[in-house]
Design a protein around this ligand. Sequence first.
Ligand SMILES: NC(=O)c1ccc[n+]([C@@H]2O[C@H](COP(=O)([O-])OP(=O)(O)OC[C@H]3O[C@@H](n4cnc5c(N)ncnc54)[C@H](OP(=O)(O)O)[C@@H]3O)[C@@H](O)[C@H]2O)c1
Length: 251
Amino acid sequence: MGDLQNKTALVTGGTSGIGLAVVRRFVAEGAHVFVAGRSSDKLAAVSDELGVDVTAVQGDVSRPGGLDAVFQAIAERGAGLDAVFANAGGGEFAAIEDITWEHFTTTFESNVGGVILTVQTALPHLNANANAAIVLTSSNIDVKASPAFSVYAASKAAIRSFARSWAAELVDRGIRVNSVAPGPIATPGLSGLAAEPEQADALLGGLAAGVPMRRLGSPEEIAEAVLYLASPRSSYVTGTDLYVDGGASQV
Ligand SMILES: NC(=O)c1ccc[n+]([C@@H]2O[C@H](COP(=O)([O-])OP(=O)(O)OC[C@H]3O[C@@H](n4cnc5c(N)ncnc54)[C@H](OP(=O)(O)O)[C@@H]3O)[C@@H](O)[C@H]2O)c1
């Protein structure tokens, strides 16, 4: 029996990087997984790989109603949700002088607004009395400084705060809320932070050098932590931010 046998989960941003590793891990543990993302090509690739164990539906977390088709599919399946991984998001570098209103709103609409909309819309579908779990993706930058990344860092500090507040609000409904705080993880999203593709290796090398373990993490290492927070293995854990960052924030 897997840790999520006969459970149903939703993963936003489940078509790439950390989210895709979590989808694969949840399916391996016996779950049926609803996968949300914007690109139809990436959604089709997930369906081709994982078949009947996933339902991949196009959705944009960053605007109200953007996940309607996803939640309609969840309602039609009729099994509710046992776990939600609100993970879709991303960022761009901008020094303080270069922060535009568009940079701020784009970052906050996906990373903060998108998490509010995902969790709010998921709540009526959660099988609360069965130890339901919500996991948010923060970042170890929520307690650190990174030059030219302040808007992104602030968006992730908001996510860390949501995990605390929503854990308090939902504890009496039998719903646990935690966040996972990755350090630098080798994903298309991280490589995409480089201004030019040929600068990606230098960026990733510099990030790895700043980690006590002297390497980037893998999406699968984050998936392990998300599985723990999403499953009954963490039944006494709520409101926490779990750092999976090679020691970067704590050592
Ligand atoms: N990689 C790291 O080092 C790292 C470290 C700390 C935290 N994180 C966080 O981890 C999460 C995943 O990052 P990643 O590195 O795995 O990135 P990634 O490889 O770029 O994957 C991002 C995923 O989110 C989806 N997505 C983005 N915006 C969306 C939107 N508005 N609506 C729906 N789906 C959306 C993307 O699909 P579409 O583009 O098709 O929509 C894709 O599936 C993010 O929240 C990121 O901030 C990453």
